[in-house]
Design a protein around this ligand. Sequence first.
Ligand code: NAP
Length: 496
Amino acid sequence: MAPQYDAIVVGAGFGGMGAGIELDRLGLSNYVILEREDDLGGTWHVNHYPGLAVDIASVTYSYSFEPNPYWTRLFAPGAELKKYATHIADKYGLRRRMRFGTVVDGARWDEEHQHWVVSVAGGENVTGRYLLTATGFLSQPYTPPFPGIDTFAGKIIHTTAWEDDFDLTGRKAAIIGTGATAVQLVPEVAKKAQALTVFQRTPIWVVPKVDTAIPAPVQKLFDRVPATQKAARLFNTSLLEALMVVGVLNYTKAKPLNKAAGVLAKAHLRASVRDKETRKQLTPHYDFGCKRPTFSNTYFRSFNQPHVRLETNSIERIEADGIVTADGHKTEIDTLILATGFNLWDVNFPAIEIIGRDGVNLGKFWRDNRFQAYEGITVPKFPNFLSLNSPYSYSGLSYFTTIEAQMKHMGRLFGELFRRGEHTFEVTEHANTEFLDRVTDKLGSSVFYGGDCATARSYYFNPHGEAALLRPTSTLNAHREAVSFPLDDYVYGKSA
Ligand code: NAP
């Protein structure tokens, strides 16, 4: 029985779209992209809170093969990313493959027919020879179970469900959380709210954001002479690479660089916040890089405004009209903004139930053993499956680096499959173990294990205390291995 599709892709964000572009290039054009949201763009569709902008410069945060000369700022606003995603979908004919509002419940390898059966909410089954999950890392919003939250009588809004017509003017607002989202949102809410209290559990490292509008003549130059934008990309990407490889991954050998980043962030804090006690509370007590640092010129300054207050006592409960902290103080609010981020490890690895060969459940396998994936993309006992958001897959700082390395991996793997005239592939246990040992070893010199991350509460760490999210190698290494991994790291076979 032939499957309905060559391939099924789950997720219509930049990862899923990159996979679609590569499938077309490989001639596997009969594919479908299943997306739970009502439009494409992934995180850039879901997130549209005020202040949203990319925090990796746009020359780098985009596909290298599809530069956009018309970014209006060095760090483009979120709406431009969404527009860029739409452009990609239209240009590469991806939209006609997409099915929106399609919630995937799970996927099961059908051993007899050697294909994947993907079950969709509502009872439909879709079959495909290959399965690619591009469900993102930060795609399952998290709301902490604060006691009493159900009794709150005012407005509750999570940053991933922002209502664009919701007017904050005159509101007594609270923002819970001080991650990258809050850093962008706080200054915007402060502009409108009558009072704003920011509830911080763990301070975040914030460095200045060197951002500016890109003048029209420069945009034209990028358009007419693409080499100029390529050069800008190379320059920026190299800077990020140095920060990541030297300051974070090789922390034990290059502590001074990491410390210098911390010194810069502290100087930024000192120059921005007048009150000494507030400065102290905003100062992280873990090493730079343990947790995703962020960039802003306005976040710290917000706390100088008389109507903005930082609250560092832990939240005890929420009542109908306010938040009570452990010191017994109640902050009266009518608007509760949850900038509480995402649940990565409990519900996102994998984001859907995936049952491979011999009935192995991927989520259970990862939890009973260690989180692992060969080259951050394939797992033994899961034939014809590419898990694009896997442990150790995220390479470098821009997600596009990961996407394009994985597209290259697909190219090499499917190229070999076709050359052999086969239809199934599965990574060997040996190759997987060797990769896991290698990344584990490399992590030893990173800030995650060599530095002081004990109080960071970083989502880079899984519940076992392993920093199993980022690939601890240079992005050059990731790209090199994607085009040169040993072909016999996989076994290949015929379909039924
Ligand atoms: P996040 O970094 O996970 O931050 C969530 C915040 O909520 C943290 O401050 C966390 O405190 C707090 N929190 C969670 N549970 C809590 C509880 N029970 N009580 C009190 N506080 C609680 O999430 P995010 O800010 O949405 O950012 C996630 C990631 O998205 C970023 O790291 C970044 O990679 C990406 N992002 C990118 C951009 C961009 O590129 N422009 C913008 C926004 C986000 P603890 O730290 O103590 O856990």
